[in-house]
Structure formats: structure tokens, C-alpha cells
Design a protein around this ligand. Structure first.
Ligand code: ZN
Length: 149
């Protein structure tokens, strides 16, 4: 990855961590799930409004590091309007990318490829994936707190 791209990625992550989008509890939500990453201390609660099998709205509240907050913020933008199955596919694609199992796929991941560099920092992978595991739990309505450990 060249330096310019790396700087751009860092900027997007910083921007979303400082000014998270869709931050706040959602009264209309019909799914919600909690996530906790004990390794870093990241906590979040994700709210979804699912209608006709698609995510209409997503929001979150929480307290975590820059990576986990930015990841949750970008998740709420990326999942809006997605059918549930596609949201679950996105969870897999994102997880595969940050775990270093698959190459960043701009077509399916779009802006989320800014997290591709996380694979070089194994302790940060759980920060980046916390919101996504929590999304899966909310969609599957498992009702358990997601722990990354
Ligand atoms: Zn973290």
C-alpha cells in the first residue's frame, strides 16, 4: 500500500472516530445487540430497524477506541438498505479482509476497505470486527452479548 493511500485511510478512520455517524439509541429499532471486546475494552450496542427483510436503519452507542468506533460508524452507513443476507455476507467479507484471509474487495466493501491495513496489527483486528460480529448477532437475534474472546 502506498503512503498516500495509507494517509487517506487513516483520515477516514479518524474522521469517523471523532464524528461517528448514526450515533445514538434508536427508539424505532426492532433488533439490538451488545458487543464487548475485553482485549481493548471496547463496548457497543447496535440498533437495527429491519423491515421486509432489509436493514432500514442502523445506529449505535458505545465506548471504545478509534478503530472500533470508526468501524461501527462505517457499518451503520454500509448496511443501510441491505437485505439481511447481504448484510451477513458483508460481515464475512469484512472479517476475511481484516483477518488477512482475503484481499480487499472494493466492489463489495466500498469505503470499508480503509480497514484493510488493520491486518498488520493483530491486536486491532478484534477492535475492527466487534461491530460486525454484533451486527450478525442482531440480525440472527441471538440475544447474547458478543465477546471477541
Ligand atoms: Zn479497540
Amino acid at each position: 500500500m502506498n503512503d498516500a493511500l495509507r494517509d487517506l485511510y487513516r483520515e477516514v478512520i479518524l474522521d469517523h472516530s471523532r464524528r461517528p455517524r448514526n450515533y445514538g439509541a434508536m427508539d424505532a429499532a426492532n433488533r439490538q445487540s451488545d458487543g464487548f471486546n475485553p482485549l481493548c475494552g471496547d463496548r457497543l450496542r447496535l440498533f437495527l430497524l429491519v423491515e421486509d427483510g432489509a436493514v432500514r436503519q442502523a445506529s449505535f452507542v458505545g465506548d471504545g477506541c478509534a478503530i472500533s468506533t470508526a468501524s461501527a460508524s462505517l457499518l451503520t452507513e454500509a448496511t443501510r438498505g441491505l437485505p439481511e443476507e447481504e448484510a451477513l455476507e458483508l460481515v464475512e467479507n469484512f472479517r476475511g479482509m481484516v483477518a488477512g484471509e482475503s484481499e480487499p474487495d472494493g466492489e463489495s466493501l466500498g469505503k470499508l476497505t480503509v480497514f484493510a491495513g488493520v491486518r498488520d496489527y493483530p491486536t486491532r483486528v478484534k477492535c475492527a470486527t466487534l461491530a460486525w460480529h454484533t451486527l450478525r448477532a442482531a440480525i440472527e437475534q441471538s440475544g447474547e452479548t458478543v465477546k471477541t474472546e
